[in-house]
Ligand binder design. Structure first.
Ligand code: 1GP
Length: 248
């Protein structure tokens, strides 16, 4: 069962690249999520990621249900921990933090989540999640207690991504962390992409549509933005991001 992965791959083939927006239930309440989802749907976004490092709000189910009530686009959980599961989601990124050496985030959280995911019949998308230095200590770095891959260590990034592919993962996610000062270097994206066949997601610290376009040009198959669109004043950028990702 891989409806969502197949759908994402189709988007990549048809549009050249896909644009995913992150909704963090800790930062966007239900009414903000409602407005945001409607706007994203209209702007031509390809899927919703829903997740948070903490999930203090206890609103995961409600946010997922709200999005699904508004949009037919896939709603995918982007979990920070094994408890971040919603039976209402279409899929979950089954992330293994392969850039780190913390067993909890390599396999520990997974064995806690797996029976629940299976019971609810949620599509799991095995994803090699790689933290790249974004110029500051982000929540994912702090919470996972892992060291990010240095920005200039392209060979290390390639080796990790290839290992993810050989391990049978369906996607690789190059992540600088939400709110990172700097996004994943284009050079690293280019190098990693030239060594793998599986789709490449890039996110963390992307603040401008032209920055997103440059990452697509470098080889990103999917671009994720979160923070930048949480500000009401910047929400208008969603259309520009969508066009930049799709028209590069
Ligand atoms: C974080 O890649 C996502 O996991 C999005 O990052 O919030 O910095 O856009 P931003």
């Amino acid at each position: 069962m891989s409806f969502v992965v197949d759908h994402l791959i189709k988007i990549k083939e048809e549009k050249g690249a896909g644009y995913l927006v992150l909704i963090d239930p800790d930062k966007q309440d239900l009414s903000q999520s409602t407005d945001f989802a409607a706007r994203a749907d209209k702007a031509g976004v390809d899927a919703f990621l829903v997740g948070s490092s903490f999930m203090m709000s206890d609103q995961l189910d409600e946010v997922v249900k709200t999005i699904r009530g508004i949009s037919k686009l896939p709603t995918i959980i982007f979990p920070g921990a094994s408890s971040h599961i919603s039976p209402y989601a279409d899929a979950i990124l089954f992330l293994s933090l392969i850039s780190g050496r913390n067993p909890e985030f390599l396999i520990g959280e997974h064995i806690k989540a797996a029976p629940v995911i299976k019971r609810h019949g949620i599509e799991a998308i095995p994803t090699g999640y790689m933290l790249i230095d974004g110029g500051c200590c982000t929540s994912v770095q702090f919470i996972s207690a892992t060291m990010p891959i240095p920005r200039d260590k392209v060979d290390i990034a390639i080796a990790h991504a290839v290992a993810a592919e050989l391990l049978g993962m369906k996607m690789v996610y190059l992540e600088c962390g939400s709110g990172a000062k700097r996004s994943v270097p284009d050079e690293m994206i280019r190098a990693v992409k030239s060594h793998i066949e599986i789709p490449l997601i890039v996110g963390g610290g992307i603040r401008k549509p032209e920055e997103a376009a440059a990452k697509v040009k470098a080889g990103a198959d999917f671009i994720v933005t979160g923070n930048i669109l949480e500000k009401e004043s910047e929400l208008k950028l969603i259309q520009e991001f969508s066009e930049a990702v799709h028209n590069t």
